[in-house]
Design a protein around this ligand. Structure first.
Ligand SMILES: Cc1cc2nc3c(=O)[nH]c(=O)nc-3n(C[C@H](O)[C@H](O)[C@H](O)COP(=O)(O)OP(=O)(O)OC[C@H]3O[C@@H](n4cnc5c(N)ncnc54)[C@H](O)[C@@H]3O)c2cc1C
Length: 370
């Protein structure tokens, strides 16, 4: 089968790896030139370790990732609200891990042997016909495929060509992300909750910590106004253990700023074109399941393609298996975002009383095999 993957992010490279393991040799185009964008970390709950093991890559990831043993939620002054021990939930799947995003992408990409990858190339048109798909690339070449897999992220070109009405929607938050020296020796997933704001830190190596900060936009508040406000000012009423990481951050640190958006669709394929990862179902990062859902998509799609004579049957089987699980993750992200935006007094009481239970409940269904 002649397969094109559009996008060389986590979903695209995982898809190529999963297809190779099933005996396929796909083409892949990535619009960026060689490099990955640095400065972001990735936290991966235990189901992701299991998915990486199925790709044969868990050992390579474990060799460099930091095992995360606890998820702690504190109030904005650093007073504990809840602590969950990750292995209490994930022991049957694998460890919770954290690492720089570029490191995971390098491992996925480095594992490919049969994939024909081209960088600096995008798609400009996709014309599905009865059985095949004609694709026009940004370098003016064309090719015909049995299947096109859109793994091109939240701003997917493939989605906009095939499903123009499915557009990302803001969840009402803006966020900042950066990697900095771990001056406060944070050693687990640590989130501090204030009114309409969250400050989170997680180690990604022996010396470095990944910091994520978000803020709910108030009525009439513009993203651009927030972007020009210094981060230390936005979080001035916060304290240790996370706030000092902003103060000690070297001035040259690249800080990524953006809106948080989600994509919700009723199906992910049309004719011989299918979507995976963020292109199909981007969510707010509250469950930290973006990479996990993308890798699981890749495993299931490769399996259904290998098992079926017909592409349409394989795509329907993929959607049927994946949709309930992805829907659950998207619902839990909304529930967590809603909980974070409750008045602090009520929210803090709920987290003190039920924080651990809520953690187990939200991840419980992901213990099942994909
Ligand atoms: C603030 C924030 C924090 C997050 N934190 C976590 C976390 O801790 N853990 C976690 O698991 N997830 C996290 N996520 C989600 C995670 O980043 C995504 O779910 C994941 O990156 C999805 O991978 P993807 O390959 O589908 O998309 P992407 O990573 O966006 O990759 C898409 C690729 O396609 C390429 N591309 C785009 N358009 C084209 C085109 N037309 N032609 C060719 N190539 C194209 C892009 O250059 C890119 O390389 C977070 C997300 C946000 C916004």
């Amino acid at each position: 089968m002649n397969i094109l993957i559009v996008g060389g992010g986590i979903a695209g490279f995982a898809m190529a790896r999963a297809l190779e393991l099933r005996g396929f040799a796909p083409d892949l185009v990535e619009r960026r030139e060689q490099g990955f964008s640095a400065g972001m970390g990735l936290y991966m709950p235990g189901n992701v370790a299991r998915a990486l093991a199925q790709l044969g890559l868990l050992k390579s990831v474990r060799d460099i990732a930091v095992p995360i043993l606890t998820q702690s939620i504190l109030d904005h002054r650093g007073r504990p609200l809840s602590v969950s021990r990750t292995q209490d939930v994930w022991s049957e799947c694998g460890p919770c891990l954290s690492l720089p995003r570029t490191a995971l992408q390098a491992i996925l990409r480095g594992s490919l042997q049969q994939t024909n990858a081209r960088f600096g190339v995008s798609v400009t048109a996709i014309q599905p016909s009865a059985q095949r798909c004609e694709v026009v690339f940004s370098d003016d070449t064309t090719a015909v495929y049995d299947l096109v897999i859109g793994a091109d992220g939240i701003k997917s070109t493939v989605r906009s060509l095939l499903f123009p009405s499915a557009v990302p929607a803001s969840v009402g938050n803006v966020c900042w992300r950066f990697i900095a020296p771990n001056t406060t020796e944070i050693n687990g997933w640590t989130a501090m909750l204030g009114q309409g704001r969250t400050l989170l830190a997680i180690p990604v190596s022996a010396e470095k910590v990944y910091v994520y900060a978000d803020k709910t936009l108030g009525d009439g508040e513009a993203k651009e106004d927030i972007q020009t406000t210094p981060l230390a000012t936005v979080f001035e009423d916060f304290s240790a253990p996370v706030l000092p990481l902003i103060a000690s951050m070297p001035s040259t640190t690249p800080v990524h700023f953006g809106s948080i958006e989600q994509v919700v669709m009723s199906t992910w394929y049309l004719d011989q074109v299918v979507l995976i990862g963020d292109a199909a179902h981007a969510s707010s990062p509250s469950m930290a399941e973006g990479a996990g859902m993308a890798i699981e998509d890749a495993l299931v799609l490769a399996e259904t393609l290998a098992a079926s004579e017909r592409v349409d049957a394989a795509l329907q089987a993929y959607v049927t298996r994946r949709k309930p699980r992805v829907d659950w993750v998207q619902q839990q992200c909304v529930a967590r975002d809603t909980m974070r935006s409750l008045p602090p007094l009520a929210r803090n009481v709920i987290l003190r009383l039920f924080g651990e239970k809520l953690y187990k409940r939200s991840y419980g269904p992901l213990l099942a095999q994909v």
